[in-house]
Design a protein around this ligand. Structure first.
Ligand code: HEC
Length: 158
């Protein structure tokens, strides 16, 4: 193979690889769109499952339990960190059953900031629980709950 041919082959291959990398987050099929919705909803179901007991604790329905607060808010922290990756697939063009509003992909930076607010509030719950600050835990859980509402108000259909 002549040198010039080799160079153009390398150029072709690398541009193909580059376009593949760019489209890796683009949803290509109905099947992919449905999977993307399932995964992101699964994350939020786990968020709910970990938030539930803390909400009950803040209301005084179950006793104060610092270990439970630490464990559940660590999980919410991790789930919050996953949200950016799992919401990146843009499903707007597909016929999927979702409560995610189109606005998410028009304001991605704000959406991810709201996910980060949940992460920060979850870390705060861990700190309050670790410090054993029993006079502050209700407020910390309340602030975490407020981050759910802040995002749902803007980006989730009722
Ligand atoms: C950064 C934005 C954001 C934050 C923060 C957020 N949510 Fe959501 N949530 C959404 C969006 C968007 C949907 C809709 C997802 C879909 O239907 O594809 C959703 C859906 C849900 C669902 C329904 C999932 C399903 O199976 O359809 C539950 C439950 C939920 N959220 C609970 C919570 C709780 C509890 C918190 C706070 C601890 C929270 N969310 C924080 C954006 C957020």
């Amino acid at each position: 193979m002549k040198k010039i041919q080799l160079i153009s082959l390398i150029t072709l291959v690398s541009s193909l690889l580059f376009s593949f990398a760019l489209s890796a987050q683009t949803v290509q099929s109905q099947k992919q769109a449905e999977a993307a919705v399932q995964f992101r909803q699964a994350i939020l179901q786990l968020v709910r499952s970990n938030m539930g007991p803390m909400g009950a604790m803040a209301k005084g329905e179950i006793p104060y339990d610092a270990q439970l607060m630490i464990k559940n808010s660590q999980r919410i922290e991790q789930l919050g960190l996953m949200m950016e990756d799992y919401f990146r697939p843009d499903t707007r063009e597909f016929d999927v059953e979702t409560a995610a509003l189109d606005k998410i992909w028009e304001n991605e930076a704000d959406f991810y900031k709201k996910a980060q607010d949940m992460v920060t509030a979850a870390i705060n719950v861990q700190e309050i629980a670790t410090a054993g600050a029993q006079d502050e835990y209700r407020k910390a859980i309340g602030s975490l709950g407020a981050t759910c509402k802040a995002c749902h108000d803007d980006y989730k259909a009722d």
